[in-house]
Design a protein around this ligand. Structure first.
Ligand code: TEU
Length: 632
């Protein structure tokens, strides 16, 4: 389906009918806690976009309207409303587990996790019920951004092991009926990648066009785009007299996807990994790969609203879908190879355009709007209100229906522990961890666990910037300090959002169990109490709750493929059913730290699991799951 082309003269209603426009309007509505129904109001709906500056007293300016219209024009397609019929696939039934290789298991005592270490833990993962692993990058890298800065796509970083170790890991997984998903980082490479080094050295090198390298005045970057890791997105290379674009750290140079030869090399490389037995890819910031031609300045207002100036020129660039289709067709055209795109800022309509079975692009996406409450960012210290999560998932589950498939996750290597965001008080940790697991294993979508989540790992009580390793944290601290913030406030802000909360060593036992050496990053000692060994076999533990729910999900078609039916419930309770034919589950969740009244499910329902008393009112954060008894 094609969308109607929008102009400044289009109405608000036409904006809402457009897939990207609808995502924008609905996420704004969700942000301010209102239904987008007001668009149905004829007065509001018929307002022309060009009238917005006047109507908002200049808060929205002409430049903003122009930027919005230009952006919407980059989306000529509309998703099929209900998608294709439900298709069964291994990745929809699977439970994924993300491994941060540096922090999972060290096998040689150098304090850095490695491939042999992962291999030694496969039986644990299998026993938990994990079907597939996603490995954060293990490629050769100077580790400026912990491996998301790749120096050589076809080499394993020596600290992690060798290609032989990699092959052994793949074999070990396949023997156990498990699968492997690799992180594919192709929006950028390290500045130490041979392509970039050649590009800098030789003005006649074809590699110059693999990147965004621009001549100019050393004092003035080519545009006003901001880096996600603080400061301008441009770095000056005095040796070549060139500016280079980097949306992330100053050692992560963006690749220019306009370049056909570069794209062909990426395809080759992906096929090379496929030939080694890899079952799929998680594509790092894949929606950023197509940049608006000419790299125009970002709109000031959009920059202020979302925090990163320039984003409208690349978060959904003009050739994004074309590039995704090329990748799928040429690099992994196999329905068994799973492709999960990391796509910050993409809403449900745009998501459908990427994961629809008719589209030939991706299978699932990771987007992040559920990880923070409206108006909050990762670096704010606040208590997350789960009422928002209920609204968010209710919307996505309804939008996606049978025809589209979503990922379900709370923790990853880029965020603090979600359990701590919901409620940092130790006495609630276990209940919240079980509640979150219940959501992941009973909603429709593919659950992704991040290492440590299965034992209810919480944020780390870091006390000093020197304990942190992440480039993002250190850049932010420098930026805040330069802006005049004192050391205590700076540290507090960094602490709230640092990615190192989840990058500390996996807690295997009371002594740690991660390494016999000095770990590359130290946790706060909480592993002494929160660890795998302490929970294994304890029926009340977070670990055993995960194991039980994974087994329950595996035993049931309704929990995987069934329709999600959200029932009416008080604000603090979330109640939904999963239905497939005769099979049916009912889930009730207390989203608050106070007891919540519950309408009993009535006859015909058998309680399968309860994380609290299982009868009477729901205890704080309690989760209950019932199964409908077969008739007769
Ligand atoms: O993350 C991209 C990304 O958008 C996040 O870093 C984001 O800025 C943050 O989570 C916002 O809350 C990917 C990788 O997952 C991350 O580890 C890398 O640092 C980044 O890309 C660059 O490769």
């Amino acid at each position: 389906m094609r969308t109607r082309e929008l102009t400044r003269r289009s109405s608000v209603r036409e904006l809402y009918a457009h897939p990207l426009g609808r995502d924008v309007v609905e996420s704004l509505a969700l942000q301010v806690g209102r239904s987008p129904k007001w668009i149905d109001n004829p007065l509001v709906g018929s307002v022309r976009l060009s009238a917005l500056p006047k109507l908002t007293g200049g808060r929205i300016d002409d430049a903003f309207v122009d930027a919005l219209v230009a952006l919407l024009r980059t989306v000529p397609d509309a998703p099929a409303p209900s998608g294709m019929p439900l298709r069964e696939a291994w990745f929809k039934e699977a439970v994924f587990y993300q491994i941060y290789p540096r922090s999972f298991q060290d096998s040689d005592g150098d304090g850095i996790g490695d491939l042999r270490g992962i291999l030694s833990r496969l039986d644990y993962l299998k026993g938990l019920g994990v079907d597939a692993l996603w490995l954060s990058p293990i490629y050769d890298s100077p580790m400026d951004d912990m491996g998301y800065d790749i120096r050589d796509y076809r080499k394993v970083l020596a600290e992690f092991g060798t290609l032989d170790d990699f092959d052994a890991l793949v074999a070990g997984l396949h023997e156990r009926g498990m699968k492997l998903v690799m992180d594919l980082v192709v929006n950028h490479t390290s500045d130490e990648h041979a392509w970039f080094q050649e590009a800098l050295r030789d003005p006649a090198s074809p590699y110059r066009d693999y990147y965004f390298l621009r001549e100019g005045d050393p004092g003035t970057p080519p545009n006003n785009w901001k880096s996600f890791f603080s400061g301008s997105a441009w770095r000056w290379f005095p040796e070549a007299g060139l500016w280079g674009l980097h949306l992330f750290s100053s050692k992560q140079m963006d690749l220019d996807w306009e370049n056909e030869r570069m794209r062909a090399e990426i395809v080759d490389m992906v096929r090379w990994w496929r030939d080694r037995g890899v079952d799929g890819f998680r594509l790092d910031v894949i929606n950023y790969i197509s940049k608006a031609p000419g790299l125009p300045d970002g709109n000031r207002l959009i920059g202020e609203l979302i925090g990163w100036t320039g984003m409208e020129h690349y978060f959904h660039g003009p050739r994004l879908h074309e590039h995704l289709r090329q990748l799928r067709a040429e690099a992994f055209d196999d329905p068994d190879c799973v492709a999960i795109g990391e796509t910050p800022g993409i809403g449900p309509q745009m998501g459908k355009l990427m994961v629809g079975d008719d589209r030939g692009e991706l299978d699932m996406i990771f987007n992040f709007e559920h990880l923070e409450n409206p108006g909050r960012t990762r670096f704010d210290d606040y208590r997350y209100d789960l009422g928002y999560l209920k609204r968010y998932y209710t919307r996505w589950q309804a939008e996606y229906g049978d025809g589209y498939w979503m990922s379900l996750f709370f923790d990853n290597h880029d965020n603090p522990r979600f359990v701590s965001k919901v409620d940092p008080r130790p006495e609630h940790r276990v209940a919240v961890a079980k509640l979150l697991a219940t959501i992941q294993f009973t909603l429709r979508g593919t659950p992704f666990l991040y290492q440590g989540q299965e034992v209810g790992a919480a944020n780390q009580a870091f006390t000093d910037l020197a304990q942190l390793r992440d480039v993002e944290s250190h850049n932010l601290a420098a930026e805040l300090t330069a802006s005049g913030l004192g050391p205590a406030e700076t540290f507090a802000r960094v602490l709230a959002g640092t990615r190192d909360h989840t990058r500390v060593p996996m807690a295997w036992d009371a002594a740690g169990g991660f390494t016999t050496g000095e770990p590359w990053i130290a946790g706060d000692g909480s592993h002494a109490e929160i660890n795998v060994a302490a929970q294994e076999g304890d029926p009340d533990s977070v670990l055993e709750w995960h194991r039980a729910l994974i087994a329950l999900r595996r035993s049931s078609r309704a929990l995987v493929y069934g329709e999600t039916v959200v029932e009416r419930s008080p604000r603090r309770v979330w109640r939904y059913r999963r239905v497939a034919g005769e099979e049916e589950f009912l889930v009730a969740l207390n989203l608050s730290d106070r007891p919540a009244r519950l309408r009993a499910p009535g006859a015909g329902w058998r309680l399968e699991r309860a994380s609290g008393p299982g009868e009477g009112p729901l205890a704080p954060y309690e989760a209950r799951v019932w199964r409908r008894e077969p008739a007769g």
